[in-house]
Design a protein around this ligand. Structure first.
Ligand SMILES: [Zn+2]
Length: 508
């Protein structure tokens, strides 16, 4: 049986407007999923929408819609954006779906029967935007540290989960498994929080109705965060599809933003242990996209619509920039100037020119038929060697989710191939040595074939277009990473030069 790989993103909140920050997270998971498929893994990629809570209920009512209808609309908005961004998710889970509701109730019932849920009163500072209680000490000048708004003092009857039972176990797991929480800066933060002591957490609400009823008390709905976390198991068929669940769980990596590590690295593993389920293998808390140093947010009014960028740079241009320019583990600055610069230098010049020059020469010197190679010189061996180096680096960087370095290593090969043209000077060989010219052109086309496989996870559209222009038949998505080795292009291949892949963008 094929090895499996299960990757998730945080599910997007129904009230949120699609922006470049969410796109960045879902894109990262897409690249991981596509790379794993390329490496032959049976891959499952889950994303979706978090639909419950009083905020969603209120927003829907303010629009004169019932919450379900409102969420239907928002789910369509997001699905459309992900489609335009070429996101290859396998399932889009919505927390209002029956398949999710059943699983949430089943898990809470298990935890309740184990005696780890009890009734009590909760009192504290509550931010209605975060849907979370804060300790006095967490507030910044009396306001929510995230939203900078006044929290409300709330007292309500709640059910509590005995999170405190898991303090020692969690610490042991995290300390013994350096890969469990990544990057290390996030891991250290979580270790410090746990060492500071874990309190039991409230897991129900009784002041509104848009949520999943608690299986042991219908007057309460499940706290939205507890509800949302469970999507990672309901999305792979826990309870309803035992075979699928057994195959894919535990998740190999949860991709999340660095602001929600507390929920994913503490509450979620504790809930899983309490319910008798295996823990995910890795939780990765990525950094944020910023604009001129500021966090992107609705309140800041600096939201950038990914669709607008797709219109200007093309979907592959946007994907490339986000993955190449911004390190995934830390915060990075987004700017249109940088995007234009990268587009022109890396895509139009480096990759685009390599493709165009090679195809034009194959057309001109060999009537578009890829020639067979002759004797091999050292410079040819070096080019071949670079293919293996890139393949190794790609594997290493993808394992660390270092997409920018992975792309940089592909660009080392692209640059090497461009230098290969300059050094071998095919235009001179055309007059002096046709045999040698044939070898050079063959090697260039073969390198481009391999490059189109390497870039497939990052720029699937461009990879396929390149593949077609090289005259190769079955879709590039049918290739595996094993095909990205030097094999020779085969006989009777006719290139099909077509439109320029990345036309330069005018810069004022
Ligand atoms: Zn808040």
């Amino acid at each position: 049986m094929k090895k499996k790989f299960y990757v998730t993103t945080a599910i997007v909140y129904a009230n949120a407007i699609p922006h470049i920050g969410y796109a960045n997270e879902v894109l990262a998971a897409d690249v991981i999923a596509r790379y794993k498929r390329l490496c032959g893994f049976d891959t499952f990629f889950l994303t979706g929408m978090d639909e419950h809570s009083s905020n969603v209920q209120q927003k829907a009512l303010s629009m004169g819609l019932d919450p379900k209808k409102y969420c239907d609309q928002m789910a369509d908005v997001y699905k459309d954006v992900w489609k335009r961004l070429n996101i290859s998710y396998d399932d889009f889970i919505r927390t209002s779906q029956e398949r999710h509701i059943q699983v949430v109730q089943k898990i809470l019932r298990k935890i309740y029967d184990k005696g780890e849920i009890y009734k009590g009163f909760y009192e504290g500072w509550y931010c209605t935007s975060c849907e979370a209680f804060y300790l006095e000490s967490d507030l910044k000048e009396g306001k929510c540290p995230v939203h900078k708004i006044d929290p409300k003092w709330l007292k309500e009857e709640n059910y509590f989960f005995r999170l405190s039972n898991y303090q020692d176990k969690l610490l042991e797991i995290i300390e013994n498994n350096p890969e469990f929480i990544q990057p290390n800066v996030r891991r250290n933060e979580i270790i410090n929080i746990i060492k500071g002591g874990l309190k039991d957490i409230s897991i129900s609400r009784s002041t509104f109705t848009w949520g999943i009823p608690c299986p042991f008390d219908e007057k309460h709905v499940v706290y939205v965060w507890v509800d949302a976390l469970i999507n990672y198991v309901s999305g792979v068929g826990f309870v309803l599809d035992k075979k699928k669940f057994k195959h894919f769980w535990p998740a190999d990596v949860h991709i999340i933003g660095k602001d929600i590590t507390r929920f994913h690295c503490i509450i979620w593993p504790a809930m899983l242990m309490s319910a008798g389920l295996e823990l995910p293998r890795k939780i990765f808390g990525h950094g944020f996209l910023k604009i001129q140093g500021e966090k992107i947010s609705k309140t800041k009014g600096n939201i950038i619509d990914p669709l607008m960028l797709i219109d200007e740079f093309g979907v592959d241009g946007l994907r490339y920039f986000l993955l190449r320019h911004i390190p995934f583990d830390t915060d990075g600055d987004f700017s249109l100037e940088a995007m234009k610069y990268r587009f022109n230098s890396d895509l139009a010049n480096d990759l685009g020119n390599l493709l165009n020059r090679s195809l034009a020469m194959c057309e001109k010197y060999f009537n578009a038929e890829v020639p067979e190679p002759g004797e091999e010189l050292q410079i040819d061996k070096d080019l071949k060697g670079q293919v293996d180096i890139t393949c190794g680096k790609l594997d290493e960087y993808m394992a660390r989710l270092s997409f920018n370095q992975a792309l940089a290593s592909i660009w080392e090969l692209i640059n090497k191939a461009n230098k290969y043209i300059d050094t071998t000077a095919p235009w001179k060989l055309f007059k002096e040595d046709k045999q040698r010219l044939a070898t050079v052109i063959h090697n260039l086309i073969e390198t481009l074939r391999i490059i189109s496989i390497f870039i497939l996870p990052f720029m699937p559209g461009a990879a396929q277009k390149m593949w077609q222009q090289l005259g190769l038949k079955e879709p590039v998505t049918k290739q595996t990473i094993k095909d990205a080795t030097w094999q020779g292009i085969g006989k009777n291949v006719r290139i099909r030069k077509d439109k320029i892949l990345f036309p330069r963008i005018e810069v004022e």
